[in-house]
Design a protein around this ligand. Structure first.
Ligand SMILES: [Ca+2]
Length: 489
């Protein structure tokens, strides 16, 4: 889908030297004015709208300490989770950026062709647009929609990115003008087909040399500005990493020792895997990948890079949350954080998303709501279309039920063990998938795939064709036919 542009080493070096740093983005620090009422729940109940801090992280799987992955250093996200509710089993609608984001932003179930809101066939108001109608000031920083010009009416201000372009026809050669790669040595590794640099790099640069440091800086400046505005806000902040390339400042790489980096326990294909379920080709667009992907060296390096990017983004989120607190806004601001889909970090020797295996579909999602339960974890099945109605309910705004195709998860914030929806639904390409408490089932026109998460949590065996599973397969297939409404309580 990309128009592949070749750039040579000289062009690349020129681009890497052109770091943009916009110190002017930082406004003056405002004082600790305006006493916030001690009980924010009281404020919300008394009719004052809570602010929304809406944080998305591109390609972040549940590779976080709060999900038990303590091999990854993510103290700020872990703390946020401990102050609110962690969804142990949250699922994206589509395991690819654009459609996943459209589903989260509209509450409408998308397919993998619906990269933009303009691809939706029904009328809708996006979440920030809807909040805007109810008096909110809405801002988009970084990657919220896949394309910054998507649904621009959602926002009270022009969507902001430190990178004015994202990949699209002809854009790649210019991309590094904006500092995607910062280590001069990366210029020695250019994928001759795509013009892209290496799939990862460590550079001894400050946080703001890369995009996510700038996104945090802009968001912090906005918090200071919004504090003065005196209007409820919907502040969306989208981080780019740990999406490829795994580029992060050296200090985050240095948090880990390469020899201690773990490797996937199942670097082999699941048995009886349908040919339609495969690896993503995305990583092949970068340099230093070809011929290495199955080696121990690559597995360790790629995981190291991913972990470094997670720690880098976690640090940026920490800065924003600290500012929220120091501005006296934390007690009246709902913070929700989500990764747009999962990722394979070497499991099945796969690198990426783009299939309906659990590693691609399961996502991190957590929310901190002032006045609600802390350190709350729920195993209920939830999905991205649930975000829209939940935030409406928390803000006391009517849920537009003719539009949204999800369920408010707000009851789970107080009662995590409530009996909940029996299944969540995802799709990718020709596959339709349904996840229940025990199983994940995918169906194509000519193939099917069933994993038993109780007996096979790593998904090493597709058991759809085993005679003893015929009844389960029939039930799961029927659930797909019946659709999402039949899974509701
Ligand atoms: Ca993504």
């Amino acid at each position: 889908m990309y128009n592949l542009i070749r750039i040579n080493r000289r062009q690349f070096l020129k681009h890497t030297s052109m770091l943009t740093f916009s110190a002017g983005l930082l406004g003056n620090r405002f004082g600790q004015a305006a006493d916030i009422v001690s009980s924010s729940k009281l404020k919300i109940q008394s009719g004052q709208k809570p602010n929304i801090l809406f944080i998305s992280v591109d390609d972040l799987r549940i590779q976080l300490g709060c999900y038990g992955h303590t091999e990854t250093i993510s103290p700020n996200i872990d703390r946020l989770a401990s102050e609110g509710t962690l969804f142990n089993r949250a699922y994206c609608q589509v395991p690819v950026c654009g459609p996943s984001r459209v589903s989260a932003m509209t509450g409408i179930r998308t397919n993998s062709n619906q990269w933009y809101t303009s691809n939706l066939s029904q009328s809708f108001k996006s979440l920030p647009q809807y909040f805007k109608d109810y008096g909110y000031h809405s801002i988009s920083n970084g990657k919220i929609y896949h394309h910054m010009h998507d649904d621009e009416n959602s926002w009270s201000e022009k969507p902001w990115r430190s990178v004015p372009i994202y990949h699209g026809p002809g854009d790649w050669a210019k991309y590094n003008t904006y500092g995607l790669w910062n280590n001069p040595d990366s210029a020695n590794y250019i994928n001759s087909s795509s013009g892209r640099g290496p799939y990862c790099e460590s550079a001894d640069v400050p946080d703001n040399a890369y995009q996510d440091g700038k996104v945090a800086q802009k968001t912090i400046a906005d918090l200071r500005r919004l504090k003065k505005k005196g209007k409820p806000f919907f502040l969306a902040c989208g981080f780019w990493r740990p999406h490829l390339p795994f580029n992060a400042p050296k200090k985050y790489w240095d948090m880990y020792r390469r020899e201690d980096i773990d490797m996937a326990p199942n670097r082999f294909k699941p048995s009886n895997l349908p040919s339609a379920c495969g690896d993503s080709g995305e990583i092949n667009q970068y340099a230093r990948v070809a011929g290495r992907k199955s080696t121990d060296e690559f597995h360790r390096e790629a995981r190291h890079g991913y972990y470094a990017c997670v720690s880098y983004v976690d640090a940026q989120i920490g800065k924003i949350l600290a500012e929220l607190k120091s501005q006296g806004l934390a007690d009246n601001t709902i913070v929700i954080l989500w990764g747009d889909h999962g990722w394979h970090l070497g499991e099945h020797d796969f690198w990426g998303k783009h299939n309906t295996l659990n590693n691609a579909l399961q996502v991190p999602m957590l929310i901190r709501v002032p006045g609600y339960k802390k350190n709350n974890k729920t195993n209920a099945l939830v999905e991205f279309v649930d975000i829209y109605p939940s935030l409406c309910q928390l803000a006391g705004i009517p849920i537009p039920r003719e539009q949204v195709q999800g369920t408010s998860f707000v009851p789970l914030l107080s009662n995590p063990d409530l009996k909940w929806k029996s299944a969540v639904f995802s799709t990718y390409g020709g596959a339709k998938a349904v996840k229940t408490d025990r199983y994940l089932y995918s169906e194509w026109s000519n193939a099917r795939m069933l994993f038993d998460h109780t007996n096979d949590p790593y998904e090493n065996a597709n058991i759809a064709e085993l005679p003893e599973n015929a009844q389960v397969v029939a039930q799961m297939s029927q659930m797909l036919k019946d659709g999402w409404t039949s899974s509701l309580i």
